[in-house]
Design a protein around this ligand. Structure first.
Ligand code: VGL
Ligand code: ZN
Length: 234
């Protein structure tokens, strides 16, 4: 008894076999894989390429086997969208402007509805995915988040869909870590989900330090940063 009382929590953990201490994550029926914007526009050869964006495809395909529920998103802008630098006189991509709802980064024209650039990457193999949610289709409002547009008022309905199906845990992957993945992850926390961002299944844009800032904000909101190897496959 004296021996047990003298064992600290750390000492106890160290005494346990490693396989027992480092439990793999096993997504159950209450978990969904969210695949954010793995579209031609965001990979090499696209209109807004994220460095090495295509490298997420095999990682996402692999872990998808562990999920009963998969949701895919597509950035889906009108021509002349408010997030395009070309929609304003004298603005260049990656500059910012102020819109009614606040600061907006201006991007090259990208992911225009119905174009090949906006199509999902051809090697993404998610035959069991049940929902594709498109966002950013209102001409005057951007939507990095899959839950809520940048006006912070207009919702996409994703939270309701997931909750109605009893989903409580979200594993978020895709492009770009510091924009659509981060905003989706933070809104998911706000909506009450348990959130894991799978780091090696994402790639970032990193505009003026945005990647480190995004991880800091996500972590502060309770988002868990994991690797694909932390997920048990089948
Ligand atoms: C995204 C910038 C503009 C993204 C979308 O998917 O992260 N980034 N539109
Ligand atoms: Zn966009």
């Amino acid at each position: 008894r004296a021996f047990l009382q003298s064992l600290s929590a750390a000492g106890l953990a160290a005494a346990l076999p490693r396989a027992f201490a480092a439990d793999a994550l096993k997504p159950g029926a209450d978990a969904a894989l969210i695949v954010v914007d793995v579209q031609n526009c965001f990979v090499t050869g696209g209109t807004l390429p994220v460095a090495k964006g295509e490298e997420v495809v095999p990682v996402i395909n692999k872990i998808s086997a562990a999920f009963a529920n998969i949701v895919v998103t597509q950035d889906w802008h009108t021509p002349g969208h408010a997030s395009f630098a070309s929609s304003y006189g004298g603005k260049k991509p990656f500059e910012t402007t102020t819109l009614k709802y606040g600061q907006q980064v201006l991007w090259p024209d990208h992911c225009v509805q119905g174009t090949d650039d906006a199509a999902l990457h051809k090697d993404l193999k998610l035959p069991t995915a049940q929902l594709i949610i498109r966002k950013g289709y209102n001409k005057g409002v951007d939507s990095y988040s899959a839950f809520e547009e940048a006006d912070r008022k207009t919702v996409t309905g994703l939270a309701g869909y997931l909750k109605a199906r009893g989903i409580k845990k979200l594993y978020i992957t895709g492009l770009a870590t510091d924009f659509c993945v981060a905003w989706t992850a933070m809104d998911a926390r706000k909506a009450g989900f348990e959130v894991y961002v799978v780091e090696d299944a994402c790639r970032g844009i990193d505009l003026n330090g945005s990647l480190a800032a995004a991880w800091k904000q996500m972590t502060a909101k309770g988002v868990k940063r994991i690797q694909s190897s932390d997920i048990a496959l089948a």
